[in-house]
Design a binder for this molecule. Structure first.
Ligand code: C5P
Length: 224
């Protein structure tokens, strides 16, 4: 039996990636955190494609995209993102990347660059992919589609504690503002905006734990 293709989209810090990781383990699927890819391109741009004011120069980035090689490697069960053979899994979570990623991700050149590899990974089935446009653009024929949402205060708490766990100092108000700003840019962009696919199951997990959200998603997968 062909293994399923599952799309998980939703707002920032709704737990998409950590939930997808567990579901992948339980169902024997590959997990692809597409947000990490956009963060990886942003990290590359911050290192290599800035102007005199240290801001990202998008034209420099577009002409350098062919120098970017992003790869996930399995390190003791953890998927670790490598950029040109260097582990950047911690760097992509910094505030600097979070503050710039949505502007980078709204560019057609960047989305086209990442689209092909996302689609080809799903060709054989057996994958759970999380992001913003998976059910609508990347994998419109996915077997299962979910769209996660939660209140802004709950999402702020989750991101704040996630950063603390990584040893990254953050100000709670700034974390909240970053989530609001990213969701706005992601939802309002022209190409592949963040939105619920018409056939997605919407889950508001404001008052659900991670385990409860996982159980709910698994119950739908068994039911459908
Ligand atoms: O999932 P995460 O919060 O790490 O994603 C970081 C950013 O990457 C999002 O705010 C969005 O701008 C971009 N992104 C995207 N499309 C995806 C996944 C992420 O535009 N499929």
């Amino acid at each position: 039996m062909k293994k399923p293709v599952i799309a998980i989209d939703g707002y920032s810090s709704t737990g998409k990636s950590s939930i997808s990781k567990v579901i992948a383990e339980k169902l024997g699927l590959i997990h692809l955190d597409t947000g990490a890819l956009y963060r990886g391109v942003t990290w590359f741009a911050l290192q290599n494609c800035t102007d005199a004011d240290d801001a990202i120069d998008l034209n420099k980035l577009f002409s350098s995209l062919d120098q970017i090689e992003l790869e996930f490697r399995n390190d003791h069960g953890e998927l670790v993102l490598y950029l040109n053979h260097i582990d950047i899994s911690k760097q992509i979570r910094t505030n600097e990347v979070s503050d710039n990623v949505s502007i980078v991700a709204k560019q057609k050149e960047v989305r086209d660059f990442l689209l092909h590899s996302q689609r080809s990974l799903a060709e054989k089935g057996g994958i759970i992919m999380d992001g913003r446009d998976i059910g609508t653009v990347v994998l419109p024929n996915a077997d299962y589609k979910f769209f996660l949402t939660a209140s802004i205060d709950e999402r702020t708490n989750r991101r704040y504690f996630e950063l603390a766990g990584l040893g990254i100092q953050a100000d709670r108000e700034q974390v909240k503002q970053n989530l609001i700003d990213r969701d706005k840019i992601d939802s309002e962009r022209e190409i592949a905006p963040l939105k619920q696919a018409e056939d997605a199951i919407v889950i508001d997990n404001t008052v659900l734990t991670k385990e409860e959200t996982i159980d709910l998603i698994l119950s739908y997968i068994k039911k459908i």
